[in-house]
Design a protein around this ligand. Structure first.
Ligand code: ADP
Ligand code: MG
Length: 255
């Protein structure tokens, strides 16, 4: 699924990137301390990509994902979404894009505790004002896809972590978003459940989903088609990333 925005300025054969970031920086100001979370990031994501972002704790991975997901804005640089500058969007336009085109998966699942599994997955569709019969079809389809259709009436606290994350994946895909953004989706799971969630993401990608995933688990990072290494808010060149990996292997703690 695309956002159906065509960019007439593109030359023949050079399709518009779904996402294009140019010289994007993010500075946080707290108590007069400046944190340069991201510096001059260049990033392109095309439809159907499976991109993984890796790097030590604090290097800016979550910040980058929240910019990509329109949860926050860059301090500098340009972000084009389907060829359109995100900076020009109003707050409500951003909310609509988040709801219709972006599916989020978080490390801590972030399900709403006093809603059932069914209601959690239904919520993004409710916000859209979709009729309830259509919502039901979509919710059940998404829950079946993640193997959780037998738990519709359960509350998150009655589920294991692996099950909660599967429900969170259903919530992320129920609206058929253009891109899935996953921030350490296996970070709170044991390896069996982590594998199951990665298996789901791989299946979704095989069916055409565009995925951008943050992970510090090298086993999972390498399952993606493309790996970007962040360090101190900067995207490392492949050569520097290799050096960093060798340093890590030799026991040097880069984090
Ligand atoms: P990662 O996800 O790679 O662990 P983050 O993107 O969360 O890293 O953070 C990058 C840097 O930006 C860190 O130094 C962090 O402390 C800082 N940071 C992140 N969010 C904020 C915020 N809202 N206010 C101030 N500093 C922040
Ligand atoms: Mg993070």
């Amino acid at each position: 699924m695309t956002m159906s925005v065509t960019n007439g300025a593109n030359g023949a054969g050079d399709a518009a990137a779904m996402i294009e970031m140019t010289d994007v920086s993010k500075v946080f100001l707290t108590d007069e301390i400046e944190t340069h979370a991201l510096s001059d990031v260049q990033l392109r994501i095309d439809e159907g990509d499976f991109l993984s972002i890796a790097g030590p704790s604090g290097c800016g991975k979550s910040t980058l994902l929240s910019l990509l997901g329109l949860l926050d804005s860059p301090t500098a640089g340009e972000y084009l979404l389907d060829g359109n500058p995100v900076a020009d969007l109003s707050g409500s336009q951003r909310a609509t894009i988040r709801n219709r085109h972006i599916g989020f998966i978080f490390q801590a699942f972030n399900l709403i505790g006093d809603l059932t599994v069914y209601e959690n997955v239904e919520l993004p569709l409710t916000y859209r004002g979709m009729p309830s019969a259509e919502r039901r079809t979509r919710v059940m389809e998404a829950l079946e896809r993640v193997g959780m259709s037998h738990r519709t009436k359960h509350y998150p606290s009655q589920l294991s972590g692996g099950q909660q994350q599967r429900v969170a994946v259903a919530r992320a895909v129920v609206g058929k978003p253009s891109i899935l953004l996953a921030d350490e989706p296996t970070g709170n799971l044991d390896s069996k459940n982590g594998h199951a969630v990665m298996g789901l993401l791989n299946e979704l990608h095989a069916d055409g989903a565009t995925i951008c995933m943050v992970t510090h688990d090298p086993r999972y990072a390498h399952q993606a088609e493309r790996l970007i290494n962040l360090f101190d808010g900067q995207v490392l060149s492949p050569e520097d990333a290799k050096k960093m990996a060798e340093m890590e292997e030799s026991g040097f703690d880069v984090a």
